[in-house]
Design a protein around this ligand. Structure first.
Ligand code: C2E
Ligand code: CA
Ligand code: CA
Ligand code: CA
Length: 278
């Protein structure tokens, strides 16, 4: 091809092609990856603010692509949603998280909660709850050990989501509202949601030290959630100062690099659910 005035254009198209071909590569890779077992789960501890005790884990999917290396979920989850592949992938994630949690329970772990992210398309499947209960049965994990993480955008359609959430709770399965404060949040919806846990999004925690207003907002969310009877987990805690503020505000739990990044199963020390000191 020519190296002239069309350079700008060529650059643009080749960029587009890169984007498209990467997308195609990821898309076909997603299918192959599921067959050749390139996916794995990492687990991030959810910790008691006051005692430092691990109360739960959040399962976070990882993809070890043979050529691209670790592909972050932010890149392939949306694609898996678009292509519908999130349905079988999501089922595998749930199955694997429940299997792992049941195994840790067998080994004597005192941690009693495994949180699993659920995507929109998954939640919309007519047999969603049946799929979840079948996984609980086959893995032997007690329903109250499982917490499904739903975002505000997933539960937007109240006519569908509220009855389904109630059926989920009726089975003893827990629900958390993820990324609270980022989406289409309407405080009035909260009274209708049969949730156990509210997760305050990282963006709030990033700004909590910025001033009175930011602090006041976080404080209000914590108090409101507690008055509604929800467990509160603050996400994305990276600094001691943030943790100190959380304890002042009587927030129950947190999750973040300050305690631990997400880790592969082998790196989780389960017996007392403690942070691995070594
Ligand atoms: P999320 O559900 O909000 O998960 C929390 C994300 O924050 C994770 O990113 C986690 O690694 C990261 N994180 C935790 N602590 C800190 C911290 O202190 N600082 C910073 N900067 N980040 C922290 P990850 O694993 O890359 O996942 C990104 C998103 O991808 C998740 O956001 C979730 O929306 C989606 N995702 C991940 N795993 C799954 C899954 O198994 N199923 C579905 N449907 N979505 C998933
Ligand atoms: Ca989550
Ligand atoms: Ca989140
Ligand atoms: Ca998020």
């Amino acid at each position: 091809s020519k190296n002239n005035g069309a350079g700008q254009y060529r650059f643009f198209t080749s960029d587009m092609n890169d984007e498209v071909s990467k997308k195609l590569m990821l898309e076909s890779g997603l299918r192959k990856g599921m067959i050749s077992e390139e996916f794995l789960l990492y687990y991030q501890p959810q910790v008691d603010v006051l005692t430092g005790e691990v109360k739960g884990y959040e399962a976070l999917v990882r993809w070890e692509h043979p050529e691209l290396g670790m592909v972050p979920p932010a890149e392939f989850i949306p694609l898996a949603e678009e292509t519908g592949l999130i349905v079988p992938l999501g089922r595998w994630i749930l199955q694997e998280a429940c299997r792992q949690m049941a195994a840790w329970k067998e080994e004597g772990s005192t941690v009693t909660r495994m949180s699993v992210n659920i995507s929109t398309l998954q939640f919309q499947q007519p047999d969603f709850l049946k799929m979840v209960t079948e996984i609980l049965e086959t893995t032997g994990l007690p329903p109250e050990y499982l917490e499904l993480e739903l975002t505000e955008s997933i539960v937007q359609d109240l006519e569908h989501s509220v009855p389904l959430m109630k059926s989920i709770r009726a089975k003893g399965i827990r629900i958390s509202l993820d990324d609270f404060g980022t989406g289409y949040s309407s405080l009035s919806y909260l009274k209708d949601f049969p949730i156990n846990t509210l997760k305050i999004d990282k963006t709030f925690m990033d700004s909590i030290e910025d001033g009175q207003r930011e602090e006041a907002i976080v404080e209000s969310i914590i108090h409101m959630a507690q008055r509604l009877g929800f467990n509160v987990i603050a996400e994305g805690i990276e600094k001691c100062s943030q943790l100190r503020l959380l304890s002042e505000k009587a927030c129950q739990e947190y999750q973040g690099y300050y305690f631990s990044p997400p880790l592969p199963a082998e790196a989780i020390r389960v017996y007392k659910g403690q942070k691995d000191e070594e």
